[in-house]
Write a new protein. Structure first.
Length: 345
């Protein structure tokens, strides 16, 4: 028996990606997608890749009862409406930052405070690679930020293998595509302004630092660049461990963490053009790629991590977590590769 699912914020970029995934998912039937701006219009009129899908947008003030509600709304909306969401569905999966962090004080420090901090304790972080054991049966799930997800996936094996303890210096530089800014965009996202750029948009103080610190237990020096691609987040992590680490040690660490993970691939200096992780190699898919090199002269490790921000970095991660929470096959609805060759993703 399929479960009914709805997408609040279905006209946005991640909402469209959720609709793409859920409409092909063997365990879900999408029964509602909301949009205030496109109320009454077909989903395909906003998301051309979904032309033919028999579904029209409806207003979010009139939510159907469903089994699972996915919220793909801007920061602040879900925390204001969580009671309505929970009345409408047994399981709520939120893609915003509203329920990612566990402490109200973190929202005071990094965001504009929180209106229902009592929910923070019960929400579960969606990323199965770090929180799989707590997802089964969860009724409020918070998908991670895309830049944080790329960084956490890149660095986690170093903690699992005790190569990092949390005291070392780590510098992370993330390059991210324009879809991260959402469908609304703005001057910075308009084509003439965005085209061709490598723009440091968050040199310091990016909010995703809070998530990385919470889930890795490490304070990272974190900078994000907006670059000229549509999809993708690529994290380059410069790590300065206390003792010597060989490439064999790194292969051991990353294999230990990821060889059984259905969506993680290790790419570390083979041959050919794609020798290290690149967003282009995972575009449109839920795969994450990690790779690494050793720089003994500088006592440095360099770790690369690439995801599609709209898949592993949001909608794909949300569906993966829902699969785990509801006891479905983990890869259900997500078991496909990206495209190759393809233009700038
Ligand atoms: N884009 C990414 O790569 C990415 C990655 C990770 C996480 N996220 C997070 O995912 C969420 C959605 O991001 P997005 O990029 O998909 O944004 P988006 O393209 O701007 O879409 C936002 C959606 O929310 C709806 N909406 C806005 N205000 C609303 C309200 N008050 N009540 C109900 N619906 C409302 C919008 O439709 P109407 O205004 O027509 O109702 C639209 O459908 C954000 O919290 C974002 O931080 C995004």
């Amino acid at each position: 028996m399929t479960l009914e699912a709805s997408v609040v914020g279905g006209s946005g970029f991640t909402g469209g990606e959720l609709l793409r995934l859920l409409s092909g998912h063997p365990e879900f039937a999408v029964t509602q997608a909301t949009s205030r701006s496109y109320d009454g219009k077909t989903v395909g009129s906003v998301h051309p890749n979904l032309r033919g899908l028999d579904l029209r947008f409806s207003d979010p003030t009139d939510l159907d009862s469903v089994d699972v509600l996915f919220a793909a709304t801007p920061h602040g909306v879900s925390m204001e409406q969580i009671d309505e969401f929970e009345d409408a569905a047994d399981t709520v999966v939120d893609l915003s930052a509203d329920f990612r962090l566990s402490q109200e004080s973190q929202y005071d420090e990094w965001y504009d405070g929180h209106v229902c901090p009592e929910y923070l304790e019960k929400s579960e972080y969606a990323l199965p690679e770090i929180n799989r054991e707590n997802l089964p049966g969860a009724d409020l799930i918070a998908a991670g930020g895309c830049n944080a997800t790329a960084t956490i996936l890149g660095l986690k094996p170093l903690f699992d293998a005790d190569i990092l303890s949390g005291d070392e210096q780590v510098v992370v530089d993330v390059k991210v595509g324009s879809s991260e800014g959402g469908a609304g965009g703005g001057e910075a996202s308009s084509h003439p302004e965005r085209s061709g750029i490598v723009r440091p948009y968050a040199p310091t103080g990016h909010r995703h630092e809070a998530e990385i610190e919470e889930f890795l237990g490490l304070s990272v020096s974190f900078t994000v660049h907006a670059v000229d691609m549509t999809r993708g987040a690529a994290a380059t992590c410069h790590v300065f461990p206390d003792g010597p680490v060989s490439k064999g040690d790194l292969w051991g660490a990353y294999r230990e963490s990821y060889e059984d993970e259905p969506f993680m691939r290790m790419v570390a200096g083979g041959s050919g053009v794609y020798r290290y992780p690149e967003p282009k190699a995972v575009a449109g898919s839920n795969f994450g790629e990690v790779g690494f090199e050793v720089d003994p002269g500088n006592k440095r490790l360099v770790v690369f991590s690439a995801i599609d921000n709209m898949m592993k970095g949001s909608a794909g991660q949300a569906v993966h977590a829902a699969n785990v929470a509801l006891g479905f096959e983990e890869t259900a609805g997500l078991d496909f590769a990206g495209l190759h060759p393809v233009g700038a993703p």
